[in-house]
Design a protein around this ligand. Sequence first.
Ligand code: FES
Length: 322
Amino acid sequence: MSQASLSLIVEVKARRQEARDIVTFELADPHGRPLPAFGAGAHIDVRVKDGLVRQYSLCNHPEERDRYQIGVLRDPGSRGGSEAMHDEIQEGDLLQISAPKNHFPLEPAERILLLAGGIGITPLLCMAERLAHTDTDFSLDYCTRSPERTAFRERIDASTFGDRVRFHFDDGEASQKLDLEALLGNPDPEARVYVCGPTGFIEAVMATAKAHGWPADRLHSEYFAGAVTTSDDDDSFEVKLASSGASYTVPADKTVHQVLAENGVEIMVSCEQGVCGTCLTGVLEGEPDHRDLYLEDHEHAANDQFTPCCSRAKSKTLVLDL
Ligand code: FES
């Protein structure tokens, strides 16, 4: 990730154990100046430690300018980002962050259905604040493994929109589980669906919605867990730069981004998991093996761009628009 985009320094004003394995951090300008404004669904890049930049959705009220709040799940499978946040970042620490970016913006609709899985609540909570503020009709279905793993319960209960939120616990009674068929069974042309959480949760919501005829442009999702980026079957392939004609071999155990970086070709990356889209690069020839969760199906099918942080090639060579 380019250091230039990590243009803000913030101080950790507070950290709080929000639920089991979930900590929230409140970040503010060290001198009390207002922070750049953000819209519901926005995230920031956080430099967690040397060489490690991770993205976290902002979960406070989007009208606030004096702080950013993020929630971080301890995830041993996350390659160190969440564990460093949990174990190393303390109140009073200074953090380098980017200005807010928004790949998951709220679009106008008569009615909004928010569906959160686990830590996927963070951008949706920000949306709920915004929708309540603008008096938009909405509901929030919030699924977690158990009450003790449910972040922001007190905040939701104390909010003006607590009556629009339904909690669903994996370890609870069958009667309180989320019934996607009932929720999405009758597509509402005036509504939009926003879903965030683990891959399986999002796929279940999307599959149910599509099966019942919800138009794709009314369904909005943001993934939290990265795609699987390597497999035992991976092979080497060539990448060629259209501008110079230079060609490099990408071995099975390296990404395109790594190989290009080793050869002095800089591509901006952030999540390195195919989630954020920062590294999107044009493809002029060849067929990518898309491993990201960022592009839509029709964008994958076009094969004219790919994410070199994780995606590979089905053809022997990819000619890149670099
Ligand atoms: Fe995030 Fe490649 S760096 S998708």
